[in-house]
Design a protein around this ligand. Structure first.
Ligand SMILES: COC(=O)C[C@@H](NC(=O)[C@@H](NC(=O)[C@@H](/N=C1/NCC(=O)N2CC[C@@H](C)[C@H]2C(=O)N[C@@H](CCSC)C(=O)N[C@H]1C(C)(C)C)C(C)(C)C)[C@@H](C)c1ccccc1)c1nccs1
Length: 264
């Protein structure tokens, strides 16, 4: 007896514009698909382990992607191959594959920055949510990033990240994720931030919904407020003293999103 429920989760592979294999899993459901985009030292498993996916509800139409160099997706190895435009191309390959007219995109940290960049360039992005990353121009201090790249790709790279995030109060799912990322890819992705990730993002089209999410205690709320004004973005604040600790509230944001869908 069919419950009218769609089929189960299905793994997929698409080829990004530069030929890189991008893999992920689609959980069919009614309504507009929501593409979930993880951060630099993460992979698509964080959506399960953070409780975000469960919080969206069993009927959510969700596509979780491993960005290039992470999880099951093809490794890249070069900083240029980790430029922000390559990540947007990864998402566009996913949009092409499933052929929907409209997508939502939800990203954590640098994944949020990618979601905003995709919204600014691809008209299919009807909604973009950026968790703890804003869309304003940033100064990327080349020295500090090079130093961080050396640290994360070195023999103690995983320990460096896990210790740092633990000290900053990150939840276990975020600390554990660091250890799953290939260290060479961590270094390349870190240096890759020098290729375009400093640019501010623009609004894609007038009826696009942009939501910036950050900690109410965030030490630097200015660029998020700038996004409200310049991009007409909504600002959601979570009860947390810092952006890193806000990761512990990701499931709560998932519930807020689910309620919002139910309302709409
Ligand atoms: C205030 O910063 C935080 O609140 C932590 C927060 N970061 C960010 O929101 C954003 N970034 C930053 O602000 C800075 N960028 C860094 N380096 C680039 C960077 O981010 N990474 C490179 C390695 C990768 C793990 C990732 C990272 O996480 N590193 C952390 C330290 C983690 S352990 C060592 C990290 O910030 N370092 C900094 C140093 C300058 C200290 C090296 C600038 C230069 C862009 C302002 C990030 C989303 C982004 C935003 C826009 C463009 C690029 C990147 C987190 N993001 C993920 C989890 S927490």
């Amino acid at each position: 007896m069919s419950s009218g429920r769609p089929g189960g989760p299905e793994a997929f592979e698409v080829t990004s514009r530069d030929g890189t294999a991008i893999r992920g899993v689609r959980r069919p459901g009614p309504g507009e698909p929501l593409v979930l985009v993880h951060g630099v030292a993460m992979d698509r498993r964080i959506w399960y382990e953070s409780g975000f996916l469960e919080a969206l509800g069993v009927d959510a139409h969700v596509i979780t992607v491993d960005l290039r160099g992470r999880g099951e997706s093809e490794k890249v190895g070069s900083a240029e191959g980790h430029g922000i435009d390559r990540y947007v191309e990864d998402l566009r390959a996913v949009f092409d594959r499933f052929g929907a007219r409209r997508y939502g995109v939800f990203g954590t940290y640098f994944g949020g920055r990618i979601a905003l960049a995709a919204a600014g360039t691809d008209p299919r992005v009807a909604r973009a949510f950026s968790f703890c990353a804003h869309g304003e121009e940033v100064e990327i201090p080349e020295g500090a990033v090079e130093e961080e790249a050396r640290a994360v790709e070195g023999p103690d790279g995983h320990r460096y990240l896990r210790d740092h995030f633990t000290r900053k109060g990150a939840p276990p799912w975020m600390v554990e994720a660091c250890g799953r990322v290939d260290r060479d890819e961590l270094g390349a992705a870190t240096r890759g931030l020098l290729y375009g990730s400093d640019r501010r993002t623009e609004r894609g089209h007038p009826d696009q919904e942009l939501v910036l999410i950050t900690a109410e205690g965030d030490a630097d709320l200015a660029p998020f407020h700038a996004g409200e004004k310049r991009l007409g973005a909504r600002l959601w604040l979570v009860g947390s003293p810092t952006r890193v600790r806000a990761a512990g509230r990701l499931a709560e944001v998932g519930r807020r999103l689910a309620r919002k869908e139910a309302g709409s």
